[in-house]
Design a protein around this ligand. Structure first.
Ligand code: HEC
Length: 171
């Protein structure tokens, strides 16, 4: 008799808990509002972050003012000859040749702009070196104006704030 009473009491308590849970559970409207509100909230966050990234790239991490016609022309020459098939720019591209995002710095551009310009141009003009066992770069027969534009492009690239990347000057 005593056990039965306990069992009844427990069964009733369980029922009560179930009913309460159903009452406290989400109604359809509340679930929909949470879904729509949540979606809207994260959409707004997404738009804000995208706008911030754009603002940061254009005004903070790149030299927008220094984006001259020659720099743009240099990028065109770069694309026309598919230099990216062998080289990387800021890590993007192929790994056959050296990274060129920092080639301007590697040639001492910040200290001696004239020397770096002459050095990079001469390098491209004397290719291929034909040194046995060394990877070769083709000669692209570029004009002096094209070479200057490429160097302007490299110089501009070197001013992108990459937050210390690549960690080694050899890139
Ligand atoms: C077929 C592959 C290939 C292509 C395409 C190529 N390069 Fe190269 N480049 C190389 C290799 C390999 C080296 C390194 C050669 C060496 O060290 O002797 C090199 C080196 C260089 C260097 C010297 C880098 C340094 O740190 O000394 C510059 C500058 C350069 N390339 C610019 C260009 C440009 C600009 C283009 C496009 C017009 C281009 N390369 C296309 C293979 C290529």
């Amino acid at each position: 008799m005593h056990t039965q009473q306990v069992q009844e009491f427990l069964a009733e308590a369980a029922n009560h808990t179930r009913e309460q849970a159903m009452m406290e559970g989400l109604s359809r409207a509340a679930a929909r509002n949470i879904f729509l509100g949540g979606s809207l909230f994260f959409f707004v966050v997404f738009v804000a972050l995208t706008a911030h990234s754009h603002w940061y790239i254009v005004t903070q991490s790149t030299d927008h003012a220094g984006l001259t016609e020659s720099v743009k022309h240099g990028k065109e020459v770069w694309e026309e000859h598919s230099c990216i098939n062998c080289h990387t720019l800021l890590g993007e591209g192929a790994y056959f040749g050296p990274e060129l995002g920092n080639v301007w710095v590697r040639y001492g551009g910040p200290d001696s702009p004239e020397g770096a310009r002459a050095g990079i141009k001469a390098w491209m003009q004397i290719q291929p070196t034909g040194i046995p066992g060394r990877r070769q770069m083709p000669n692209f027969d570029l004009t002096d104006a094209e070479l200057d534009a490429l160097v302007d492009f490299f110089e501009w690239m070197s001013r992108i704030n990459t937050q210390g990347w690549p960690p080694h000057v050899a890139g």
